[in-house]
Design a protein. Structure first.
Length: 421
């Protein structure tokens, strides 16, 4: 390769079957390249735009692209050779580790011929589960998909108020009589719920189940005012006592029903992401109804997440390019019926009145973990646009989009586009 190449370049081998890597130049241009059917394909990413070029590989002939200064490609002996000038340039060859290994002259393991996006779906926790991730082979992908989807059934069996044998049901039965030792997972969720309750001054309250059970959304049934007056004294998150040392939960009064429907799906999504990471997955999207986590980006491109129009199922109100975040949406369109007075009765209840919250159609929270964003989306919905945004602006790393009942959109400071000079 000559003295210059020895001093300023390195070369490495990639198998010739659907392999890929990434390159980022100093000017911010990102290029993803791969080989398929003896053709070299490059995807040039500039901002949110992407253009493709495809060139047939010819044996022992170097190919160069003006968008990739200092990078050359050649096919020889059944492999793809990549020559990269590393002086004054930044590289993203799939990962920092891959770059360091290559720079040290070590062997990079070729990518499997079946590396691709894999998709799995299921229904658990009364909501659709959607999983999409990039994996190197089908056998691994099937194992990952099976284990991640199983997480949601496990959490449902543990935390559903509607299952008589669940840990939450046993807690609701026994906690009024004294401290009940609970699992690590259940304690973590109830502890986070208390944190959000304190932060929102009770707008989020897992004891809402004390009146929530009076609603039957399938049958279009809501409680009478008398039934609400009877149940509301038992809606108070401060009556749920946590002991961190003994990991116990106790209720101060009988009749309290804890319902984790407003936060448990976020917890399950976080567990699913942990499982993906344990398998070495770096690019994934996992959602359970309105709760989602994005792991990394979409291999050189952002994930595009739509916030649906609350009054039009097939239409998005806004689409956000995101990566490596959690997103939770609470909407009055998820479970509802219209009563005899023509009013929408939905499942997001005010802990103060026991009735469906008015004034908001949907709330979307963006943050680091789904356990937090799940609880906050309900809290902001109950607080309303003004108080909800005031709370979010005090939190680091959290953003919000609120659509009110007048079809107006309210966003936190972090989502406001910068003003042009």
């Amino acid at each position: 390769m000559g003295k210059r190449a020895a001093n300023h370049c390195f070369d490495y081998l990639l198998s010739n079957a659907s392999v890929s890597a990434d390159y980022e130049a100093n000017n911010g241009t990102k290029v993803e390249f791969w080989v398929t059917n003896c053709r070299l394909v490059i995807c040039i990413l500039s901002g949110l735009c992407c253009s493709h070029e495809s060139v047939r590989l010819q044996p022992k002939k170097w190919i160069y692209f003006p968008e990739l200064p200092g990078v050359g490609f050649a096919a020889a002996n059944g492999v793809l050779w990549v020559l990269v000038t590393i002086k004054r340039r930044k590289f993203g060859l799939g990962s920092t580790l891959s770059f360091l290994l290559a720079a040290m002259g070590l062997v990079i393991v070729p990518m499997s011929a079946s590396a691709e996006w894999y998709r799995f779906s299921d229904t658990a926790m009364t909501t659709p589960i959607e999983l999409e991730f990039w994996a190197e082979d089908k056998e691994l992908a099937n194992r990952v998909g099976k284990e991640v989807l199983a997480v949601f059934h496990q959490v449902d069996e543990q935390m559903s108020r509607y299952r008589e044998e669940s840990e939450v049901s046993r807690l609701n039965l026994n906690a009024p009589d004294g401290p009940v030792e609970v699992s690590d997972g259940l304690f973590e969720v109830i502890e986070k719920a208390r944190e959000v309750s304190l932060l929102s001054q009770g707008a989020f309250d897992i004891t809402f189940g004390s009146v929530g059970y009076l609603y039957d959304f399938r049958a279009g049934k809501k409680p009478t005012d008398e039934e609400l007056r009877s149940g509301l004294p038992r809606v108070n998150f401060r009556d749920v006592i946590l002991d961190e040392d003994d990991q116990t939960v106790e209720y101060r009064q009988a009749g309290i029903l804890v319902d984790l429907g407003g936060i448990a799906k976020g917890y399950a999504v976080d567990l699913g992401i942990e499982r993906l990471v344990s398998f070495g997955i770096r690019h994934a999207r996992l959602s359970a109804g309105g709760d989602m986590r994005l792991l990394g980006d979409k291999r050189g491109r952002p994930w595009y997440v739509g916030i649906r129009d609350p009054r039009s199922e097939g239409r998005n109100a806004v689409v956000l390019p995101l990566e490596d975040v959690a997103v939770s949406t609470s909407g009055d369109y998820e479970r509802f019926f219209v009563d005899e007075a023509g009013e929408r009765v939905h499942h997001i209840l005010s802990p103060e009145t026991g009735k469906s919250v008015q004034g908001v159609q949907s709330v979307t929270i963006i943050g680091e973990d789904a356990l937090t964003t799940d609880g906050l989306s309900t809290a902001v919905f109950v607080l309303g646009p003004k108080k909800g945004l005031e709370m979010i602006e005090r939190l680091k790393g959290i953003d919000v989009v609120v659509i009110d009942d007048q079809r107006m959109m309210h966003v936190s400071e972090g989502l406001v586009p910068p003003q042009s000079d």
